[in-house]
Design a protein around this ligand. Structure first.
Ligand code: NAD
Ligand code: MG
Length: 261
C-alpha cells in the first residue's frame, strides 16, 4: 500500500513503538492521522504537528479497554476524516499482577479497536477497505515462563487477527489483516518489571534474562511495521528482529479428516 494521501489510525501512538509508527506514517505521506492513547503526550504531539503542517494530526485521549468509548472515537474519526484506510493497533501494557486489566487492555483493546474500525472501513458499509495491523510479540509465539498473562494476551491477538485475515472476509470487506511479533524493544514498557510479575521469587532469574536480551530500537520496529503494511499480505504473521521482518509459515494442524469414533 502506498501511504500518500491515506488516512490512518494508531492506538498507543503517544509513546514507545506507537509514537514511532505515527511519526513514520506522517513522513511516508499519510494525509490524516489519528492517535488514540490513554495518555496525552502534548510535547510530542506539538512536535509532530510542527513537522507536518500540511497533514492533519488528530489526538484522542481514550482507553482502548473502553468498548463504548472506542466505538464513539471511531465514529468521530470517521466524521472528521471521511474515510479510514489504515489502522495500527499498538496500545498495550505489561502488568501480570493485574490480570483483568492486562486482558482488557491488551486483548480487549485490540478487539475493540479492530471491530470498531471494520464498520467504517468495510466496503459492505460504503468504506474503501484497507489494512489493519495488530501488535503481538514474540512471547505470543514462544512461551516465556516469567510473563504468562501478558504472553496469553499476545497469543490471543495472533489468533484473533488470523481469523479475520482470510480471503472470504476480504472479498466482502476489502480489508486485510496482519500481525507483528517484535522481540524485546527499548521502551518504557518493562519499567519496574520485577514488581509486575506474578512469580517474584523468580526475579533474580528475571533480571538475568532481561539483561541478556538484546533490545532493538522502537524506530527500527516501526520501520519494519511500515514494511509489513506495504506488503499487504492478508493473514500474515511476522517476527520483527534485528531490523528485519521474518514471515512465519503456520501450517494448519486440524485437518477435519479424523474418522468418526
Ligand atoms: P510503551 O509503554 O512505550 O507504549 C505503549 C503506549 O500505549 C503508550 O503510549 C501508552 O500510553 C499506550 N497505552 C497503554 N495502555 C493504553 C490504553 N488502555 N488505551 C490506550 N493507550 C494505551 O510500550 P511499547 O513497548 O511501545 O509497547 C507498544 C506495544 O508493543 C505493546 O502492545 C507491547 O505489548 C508491544 N511489544 C513491546 C515489546 C517491547 O519489548 N517493548 C516487544 C513486543 C511487543
Ligand atoms: Mg507505543
Amino acid at each position: 500500500m502506498a501511504f500518500r494521501g491515506k488516512n490512518a489510525v494508531v492506538t498507543g501512538g503517544a509513546g514507545g513503538i506507537g509514537l514511532q509508527v505515527a511519526r513514520q506514517l506522517l513522513v511516508a505521506g499519510v494525509a490524516k492521522l489519528a492517535i488514540i492513547d490513554i495518555q496525552d503526550n502534548l510535547e510530542e504531539f506539538v512536535k509532530l504537528r510542527a513537522a507536518h503542517p500540511t497533514q492533519s494530526v488528530m489526538i484522542i485521549k481514550m482507553d482502548v479497554a473502553n468498548k463504548k468509548g472506542v466505538e464513539a472515537t471511531y465514529e468521530e474519526i470517521k466524521k472528521t476524516f471521511g474515510n479510514i484506510d489504515i489502522v495500527v493497533n499498538v496500545a498495550g501494557i505489561f502488568n501480570d499482577k493485574d490480570v483483568q486489566r492486562t486482558l482488557l487492555v491488551n486483548l480487549g483493546g485490540i478487539i475493540n479497536s479492530t471491530l470498531s474500525a471494520l464498520q467504517y472501513m468495510s466496503k459492505e458499509n460504503g468504506g474503501n477497505g484497507g489494512l489493519v495491523l495488530n501488535m503481538s510479540s514474540v512471547v505470543g509465539l514462544d512461551p516465556m515462563f516469567i510473563i504468562p498473562v501478558y504472553g496469553a494476551t499476545k497469543a490471543g491477538i495472533i489468533n484473533f487477527t488470523r481469523c479475520l485475515g482470510n480471503d472470504k472476509f476480504y472479498q466482502r470487506s476489502g480489508i486485510k489483516f496482519a500481525t507483528v511479533c517484535p522481540g524485546a524493544t527499548m521502551t518504557d514498557m518493562f519499567t519496574n518489571f520485577t514488581e509486575k510479575i506474578i512469580f517474584p521469587e523468580t526475579s533474580d532469574e528475571t533480571y538475568k534474562i532481561l539483561d541478556r536480551l538484546s533490545k532493538q530500537s522502537a524506530t527500527d520496529v516501526a520501520r519494519c511495521m511500515l514494511n509489513v503494511l506495504e506488503k499487504e499480505k492478508n493473514g500474515a504473521v511476522y517476527v520483527i528482529e534485528g531490523k528485519r521482518i521474518i514471515p512465519l509459515e503456520i501450517k494448519p494442524l486440524w485437518t477435519g479428516k479424523e474418522p468418526a469414533v
